[in-house]
Design a binder for this molecule. Sequence first.
Ligand code: ATP
Length: 453
Amino acid sequence: MPAKSINDIVALCKRRGFIFTGSEIYGGLGGAYDYGPYGIEMMRNIRNAWWNAMIYSRNDIEGLDASVITNRLMWKYSGHEGSFSDPLVECKKCGARMRQDKMKDPTKCDNCGSTDITEPRAYQLMMGLSIGATADGEINAYLRPETATTTYVNFKNVLDAKPHKLPFGIAQIGKSFRNEISPRGFVFRMREFEQAEMQYFVKPDEDEQYFEYWKKTRIDWWINVLGIPAEKLRFQPHEKLAHYAKAAGDIEYKFPDGFDEVEGIHNRQDFDLGSHTKGQSEFKLAAKVMENKDSTTKLSYSDAQTGENFIPYVIETAMGTNRAMLTVMLEAYEEEDLGDGKTRTVLKLKPWLAPVKAAVIPLVRNVPEIVDMSNKIVDDLRKLGIGKIELENSGNIGKNYRRHDEIGTPLCITVDHQTLEDGTVTMRHRDSMEQERIKVDDIVKKVLEIVNQ
Ligand code: ATP
């Protein structure tokens, strides 16, 4: 049974070194978390899987890693400076500030139940920066609130460097920052988070077909790659579309307290490239854009066959990697009843997602031959380049197994006196807790069979 509450995951993450509260020793900072030794390994696995699907297994998508500090004009013309805000209300009784569209009942304070609540006001979500000695405290740049816009403004750079015919895409994984009114749900809503977004540029009359294609492709990825059960996912079309969007919806996961967004899929028409383009009047744009007097570049595409020069449409897939890791942990978490009043907590992760691929445990640490053999096995496994291999240097075997169950290590390999006699070790499997005796020479083959699943 997966975790019943997000609190199970919060406790495990702290105890076992996945995620810590940001600035913890100074009382923390709302919406900021630090990823520990095992959290970063899992995040890397998730990023790699996404990068693999988006870039390495296709011909039509290129990668990008744009700067998180950005020119203010970018967000003027993207429309964020004027309208990237949430409706903020304040309770006149207890002073709580809330995001109106996320309140349980918009007429009552979530905190104290009072109905004495202010009218909503637009609350700017972007984090402004004052960069350089001459800025003198004035906002002249922003931390990006999404990766997408930094991709749009690089459309021409990427296309010039690596020519592509439409459709083609640009993908990025990186940090984004939003001054969320009420960060909540652990890493679900943070002020600093990571996105994996892909912008797919298409001909204007091919948008609908590619919207459907990406919707299906991304849901399949959640099911087949991350291993989230299909019945825990759904696609929710947006009830209210942004003025530029032709279609939009969210892939939602069934969290312990209900369905919520993990990835957005959007048909943004020609709004983005059109907004940032120089000489907009030359193009027949479908979306309504702000007149751009500052851009130095036309973000258009020339069709070599027809000679037509136009602004492509964009289909966007926008995933939060922190939310992806949270869903994976919720699904993998199990508290098993072992009988006799004993329980164990185990993360039944797919082996490729596990932060540690295998642990090697010398049963005794004062016999040099046992320690040497353990080191040799560790070295051989590390040469495979499959991720983190741990050598256990402390704790008894029971404690070691418990720790590795909780962090989801698929295999523990124990070296003991018998190893020195017959060249075999104990291999313990996380999910079944089965232990088998295998030859030292077979370890690499066995580990490879299991960790790539
Ligand atoms: P929400 O409605 O939850 O505020 P959004 O619709 O504004 O999210 P997008 O702008 O579409 O989100 O961002 C794409 C993805 O980035 C989301 O599906 C989510 O996984 C992730 N994301 C957005 N905001 C946050 C946040 N504050 N903390 C963590 N992840 C986030």
